[in-house]
Design a protein around this ligand. Structure first.
Ligand code: DGP
Length: 121
């Protein structure tokens, strides 16, 4: 798999606002935030897309969600609520091919994302 910008962030070759790190994962602020809080939680081991996950990745993916819940609690928006999203592929708008869990919080978030306007397009 070709290296992505997220590998460079993991290796500290380019800067990022890192908010959490452990042996398996890294969390940092999205460069183009879509909410007052917009974090990306990534595995340190590069996996391109959800389609590339294998049975042995169960714990790793679960770990990303546990990190999301931990950060939500520590940052104080666990009760107010937040959204986690992992885009897969072109139609979902995935642009970086190293899986990442978006964590969005800090304002009421619209739902559903597939609006009537989009249905007509
Ligand atoms: P996605 O569209 O799901 O592949 O989301 C990729 C996200 O990654 C997007 O919201 C912008 C963010 N991003 C891309 N390049 C960088 C970067 O160099 N630094 C940071 N902090 N975020 C980045």
């Amino acid at each position: 798999m070709s290296e992505t910008i997220f590998n460079k962030i993991i290796n500290r070759e380019i800067p990022a606002d890192i908010v959490y790190e452990d042996d398996l994962s890294l969390a940092f602020r999205d460069i183009n935030p879509q909410a007052p809080v917009h974090l990306l939680i990534i595995p340190k081991r590069a996996i391109a897309t959800i389609n590339d996950l294998e049975a042995g990745d169960r714990e790793l993916v679960g770990h990303l969600y546990l990190v999301a819940a931990k950060l939500a609690k520590e940052m104080g928006f666990d009760d107010a609520g937040y959204r986690t999203v992992m885009n897969c592929g072109e139609s979902a708008g995935q642009t970086v091919f190293h899986i990442h869990l978006h964590l969005l919080a800090g304002k009421p978030l619209g739902w559903p994302p597939y609006t009537d306007r989009m249905k007509q397009a």
